[in-house]
Design a protein around this ligand. Structure first.
Ligand SMILES: [Zn+2]
Length: 412
């Protein structure tokens, strides 16, 4: 698990020069070298053993001709001595090579230890799960993750063992969602269409175009089958597009234009982009997003989001920890609600707005909220009190003179 985490952290890391991925690659290079040595020692050892066996067999044959009651001649005794000596030298060499290999192998273990950080203490808050509510929350998230993966039996077992109460019928929701998405992946539109039809009103309420897009795919599917299905396509359009005329007039005109190209094939017509794989991918994503919204579940698993965010953040945090230790600036960070450096996880991981004070270069907190000055500029409350001169202050940006009491809280 840790290894996987390290590999993942390496992949996502663009901050630390000695990243996890680099460590993996350098270890792999060393491993390759070690394997080449292993092969070399093995081949050489087998050759040596073969020679020793051959020599001994030759000696055996030679001696078998000597009658039992006869002593060896001087030459024969010399041959025995020589063979024994050669065998001893060969085996000693083999043992020596093996010993060297063993020491290289044990060094590799140390290399693994050296290349990976084992101490994550500085990046974690050990007390975070002391609170039963938080333990319950993490168990719930894990349960939900298993339901999402379709592993309902595991999720149920965990829920039973940890006393987790599911707020909604997760099994049914994820089961239905996964089934529909599986079918969509296999280009079977029926379950998705049935779902969208059943939730037509709710989809309308969130201004979703899902239902129309599913019908559009079905219509294009009929058109793509050729001239025999032309009437079916027209009937389908008549039956299903009417309610979307107002909202998708242009799209429907395009879909009707496609009819002209049935005899020669849509794929070579100006409408070829409408029979591309992309349309399926887009509809798949749209279904996931809108269905999740209606079912009240997040599109991505909260557990996966946390894990990915952690993998992206840990290398940078470990790096800053090392720098802080080298410069002896004390503990990692005191206000544990705030990270010592900004870590950008990308636009996909932004869930709410935040404010960083342009004067103090700090993210605003509950204790130090953003304040809007009379001139419209916004700075943090700590910055505001630092800039106060008696009952007056000058905005550091415009600079309009004003009373600090006129500044207003800004709530994001
Ligand atoms: Zn101003």
């Amino acid at each position: 698990m840790l290894f996987v985490l390290l590999i993942m952290s390496g992949k996502l890391d663009s901050f630390s020069p000695s990243s996890g991925m680099e460590a993996c690659l350098s270890l792999e290079r060393e491993l390759d070298k070690l394997l080449v040595r292993f092969e070399g020692v093995k081949d050489q050892g087998l050759g040596l053993l073969d020679n020793v066996i051959k020599d001994i067999k030759g000696l055996q044959e030679q001696l078998s001709t000597v009658p039992e009651d006869q002593l060896l001649t001087k030459d024969q005794a010399e041959v025995v001595k020589e063979t024994m000596c050669k065998a001893k030298t060969s085996l000693a060499k083999f043992a020596g090579d093996h010993r060297e290999l063993h020491s290289a192998l044990s060094k590799y273990g140390k290399l693994i230890d050296r290349n990976f950080v084992a101490d994550y203490a500085a990046t974690s808050r050990p007390n975070i799960f002391n609170n039963p509510d938080k333990v319950n929350l993490i168990n719930k998230i894990i349960c939900q993750h298993y339901h999402r993966q379709g592993m309902h039996d595991v999720a149920e077992a965990l829920a039973e063992e940890t006393d987790v109460q599911c707020e909604f019928t997760e099994k049914e929701s994820f089961g239905e969602l996964n089934h529909i998405l599986d079918c969509l992946r296999n280009k079977d539109l029926e379950p998705a269409l049935a779902w969208a039809t059943a939730h037509s009103q709710a989809l309308d309420n969130i201004s979703s175009t899902l239902e129309f897009k599913l019908h559009r795919l079905k219509y294009i599917e009929l058109l793509s089958k050729g001239t025999h299905y032309q009437t079916d396509a027209i009937t389908y359009a008549r039956n299903h597009f009417r309610k979307f005329v107002k909202q998708h007039e242009k799209d429907i005109q395009v879909l009707m234009g496609m009819l002209l190209y049935i005899p020669n094939g849509i794929g070579t017509s100006p409408y070829s982009c409408l029979v591309s794989e992309e349309l399926w991918v887009d509809t798949y994503e749209l279904f996931t997003r809108d269905a999740c919204q209606l079912m009240g579940i997040t599109v991505h698993s909260p557990l996966a989001i946390c894990l990915n965010a952690g993998c992206a953040a840990i290398p940078a945090l470990l790096n800053i920890k090392q720098v802080m230790m080298q410069r002896q600036v004390g503990p990692m960070w005191n206000g544990k609600d705030e990270l010592p450096i900004e870590i950008d996880l990308g636009p996909d991981s932004r869930y709410h707005s935040m404010f960083a004070c342009p004067i103090l270069r700090q993210q605003s907190t509950k204790g130090n909220p953003p304040m809007r000055l009379v001139c419209g500029h916004v700075i943090s409350r700590d910055a505001l009190s630092k800039l106060c001169n008696g009952n007056k202050m000058k905005c550091p940006y415009c600079p309009v003179e004003q009373s600090p009491g006129d500044a207003r809280f800004v709530i994001f």
